[in-house]
Design a protein around this ligand. Structure first.
Ligand code: FAD
Length: 424
């Protein structure tokens, strides 16, 4: 049986159904990338653009994981910025300024160069869920403006919110006109196609079972193997690959999205007058935006037990209508979920498990742009420029020396704690 994408709005509107072959026999390459999500495809394309011979091995299909299922919000910066600043000081601040919009630049450049149809639009905002959150947004904008890096940012006061959203629930907002939203599966498929045009070989339905570094690095599946000078573990892999610096690092949690039926133009305009992507300021947050065909895609975490809800539609509907009472009774055409990997320090894990085995994972739900940044950092490192990879490797991560089961219980407790804090 051939692998299929989960039943989502994105899979139903994918504009490319290319199937790549299974890996059979031995193939050689300069770099073997394991994982065909944004991390893997972005890395492969960055390397192929520099002339490397690259093979990508994907267990299911390109974009099958979080990359083909997410909220499509392209948000500036990366997760864990405070921790990067506190651990790395000036070098951390410089790094953050250099990479803040790097993912956007890479995505926008590729969309334009390869004519990828992925509904890319500019405009994103964080809405203040509590009055005190507005103060945080205000000082963030002031700091960015003072650092000469505030263009595109604007504050919207509570009284003015009707200009940007058709909801009474929020206490103000920060708009970032340089961030935005897109159809993530179509971006991933379009980048994969561009990678193939640049010479990358892609294999699907080929789970990698063994990876080795050392003198003769390789990645092996049940039916084939790739011998390469470098291996990249692109995204979160099976627990057996989470060894060395990756041990005890990640805690998976679920996030879920519903897509309404297409809204009449007037209603869509009332809900989202400027077609912005929106995330609220809670730690356990809601995120939503309109699709190109005017559906509201509304996402969030709908329980705090760290178990999948039995019915995603019924679990998300109450929150959706609390935010937008005018959507009471609207049909929910699609509902799906995916896995978000949380790192306790919140800083994505980018580095080397061995000198020639690289990894990138743990974007904490902020991966659309960050995967592209990570892909460039790892491609730079393979090409000999180690500066940014070195900084990420210096981050001291917090690990829990507990098994996955206990880890999940702790994560559920942690989420409950943050949910209670969000409510206070
Ligand atoms: C519901 C949801 C909403 C989100 N919303 C947003 C958002 O709005 N904005 C944002 O910035 N981020 C968002 N994220 C996070 C973002 O989607 C991820 O951070 C990002 O897609 C991670 O990309 P990746 O390539 O590292 O992982 P993935 O996309 O999961 O790709 C990893 C790939 O590796 C493959 N694989 C695993 N093991 C093997 C193996 N042994 N052999 C071969 N292949 C293997 C998998 O099949 C998978 O295709 C969201 C995530 C979810 C789940």
């Amino acid at each position: 049986m051939s692998a299929t994408h989960i039943n989502s709005y994105y899979a139903a509107t994918a504009n490319d159904d290319t199937r790549y072959p299974r890996l059979r026999g031995t193939v050689t390459a300069d770099v073997c990338v394991v994982g065909g999500g944004f991390s893997g495809i972005a890395t492969a394309l960055s390397l192929a653009e520099r002339g490397y011979k690259v093979v990508v091995i994907e267990a299911e299909r390109i974009g099958w994981g979080a990359s083909g299922r997410n909220g499509g919000q392209m948000i500036a910066g990366i997760s864990g910025e405070h921790r990067i600043e506190s651990q790395l000081g000036d070098a951390g601040r410089k790094l953050l300024t250099e990479i803040r919009y790097l993912g956007h630049d890479i995505i926008e450049g590729r969309v334009a160069r390869h004519q990828i149809r992925c509904d890319l639009k500019h405009g994103w905002m964080e809405v203040a869920a509590r009055p005190r959150h507005m103060e945080g947004l205000r000082s963030y904008v002031e700091e960015r403006v003072a650092a000469g890096d505030g263009d595109g940012l604007e504050l919207v006061e509570a009284a003015d919110m009707g200009r940007v959203i058709g909801s009474d629930l929020y206490h103000g907002a920060m708009v970032d006109r340089k961030s935005g939203h897109l159809h993530p599966l179509n971006l991933c498929l379009g980048e994969a196609r561009a990678a193939v045009t640049a010479g990358v070989q892609i294999f699907e339905e080929s789970p990698v079972m063994e990876v080795a570094g050392g003198a003769k690095p390789f990645a092996a599946t049940a039916e084939g193997r790739v011998d390469a000078a470098s291996i990249v573990l692109a995204g979160t892999m099976d627990p057996k690959f989470q060894t060395g610096p990756l041990g005890g690092l990640l805690f998976p949690t679920g996030s879920y999205i519903v897509a309404t039926e297409p809204l009449p133009e007037r209603l869509a305009k009332a809900v989202s007058p400027q077609d912005l992507a929106v995330a609220d300021s809670n730690v356990v947050l809601d995120y939503f935006r309109l699709s190109a065909d005017r559906r509201l895609l509304f996402g969030g975490r709908c329980n705090y037990s760290n178990r999948d809800p039995r019915d995603v539609r019924e679990a998300l509907r109450p929150r959706l209508t609390e935010v937008f009472p005018q959507l009471e009774g609207v049909k929910l055409d699609y509902a799906w979920g995916g896995r978000i990997d949380i790192v306790l320090t919140r800083v994505p894990a980018i580095g080397r498990r061995e000198p020639n085995v690289y990894y990138m994972q743990g974007y904490c739900g902020h991966g659309v742009n960050t995967t592209h940044i990570a892909g460039q950092i790892v491609a730079d490192a393979i090409a000999g420029t180690m500066e940014k990879l070195d900084l990420f490797e210096k981050i001291r991560h917090v690990r829990l020396p507990v098994g996955q089961f206990l880890g999940n219980q702790l994560l559920a407790l942690g989420m409950l704690y943050y949910r209670l804090r969000d409510l206070l």
